[in-house]
Design a protein around this ligand. Structure first.
Ligand SMILES: [Zn+2]
Length: 255
């Protein structure tokens, strides 16, 4: 996949552990293996290490393996794939595509990802500004992350496919019922993206018993963890097991 120099926009070529353009701007691979091309001195550095650890521990228990297996059926070995907001690479590392780039702004996430998965090039960058060339990807993927609409359209080849994975209406509803007096359902309106056409929406779901610390880790992965009061958070302290619905939507778009 073509990566452009973030300074002069010329093509970067790899020489050993260095990426360099013809103007000799050069960028070292980190010792774990990811590439830092982030030129924006952003304060926002992605998810914090504690949340990443909780997510990693939860995902490593295999509760969401059915989701990555399903997404993998929508990919081909010949695809060039970009995973926008890849985190610690739980999904990215699994996919069969031979040319994969994962982008995230979390250094903690990328260190873990690049250490454990050598089949993907991990880039430390904002998903909203990245140094990949126009029309370089057959598939772009966003799993539980903000939609970088303009970048998605820019990166896709003509007829390229964008896959958006997001929670369905009642995802984790049993967890919310336990936490809140008035549990709310997720918004499921399909996002419109200028330049892309929706082909289909694939719902997938299962219900599974979640035990012990996995329940607390799962809760920490949710966007509402930070807005839940201490009093409500404590309701989970003594829960040993809970039957929980995992319900996702995979929206398939074409450029
Ligand atoms: Zn350059």
């Amino acid at each position: 996949m073509n990566i452009l120099c973030p300074v002069c926009k010329n093509l970067l070529m790899r020489k050993g552990n260095i990426y360099q353009c013809e103007n000799r701007h050069s960028f070292d691979l980190a010792k774990e293996g990811y590439l830092n091309l982030n030129m924006h001195n952003s304060q926002n550095t992605g998810d914090n290490p504690q949340m990443i650890r909780a997510r990693r521990d939860f995902l490593n228990q295999g509760y969401y393996s059915f989701l990555r297996e399903e997404v993998d059926t929508l990919l081909n070995e010949e695809d060039t794939l970009i995973d926008l907001a890849c985190g610690e690479g739980y999904y990215t590392s699994y996919f069969k595509c031979k040319d994969k780039v994962g982008i995230d702004l979390s250094k903690t996430g990328l260190k873990y990802a690049s250490k454990h998965d050598k089949s993907t090039l991990y880039l430390l960058n904002s998903i909203f500004h990245n140094p990949l060339a126009d029309s370089c990807a057959d598939k772009v993927l966003t799993i539980f992350a903000p939609l970088a609409k303009e970048e998605i359209v820019r990166l896709l080849k003509k007829n390229g496919i964008f896959l958006l994975v997001r929670p369905d209406r009642d995802h984790l509803i049993e967890l919310k019922q336990l936490l809140y007096d008035e549990p709310y359902l997720n918004e499921t309106e399909i996002p419109e993206i200028d330049g892309l056409k929706l082909l289909q929406e694939i719902p997938i779901r299962k219900k599974e018993k979640v035990v012990g610390q996995d329940i607390r880790n799962l809760f920490m992965m949710t966007p509402y963890y930070n807005t839940t009061s201490q009093r409500d958070k404590e309701k989970l302290q003594n829960v040993d097991e809970l039957e929980i619905s995992f319900a996702f939507l995979i929206d398939v778009y074409r450029k």
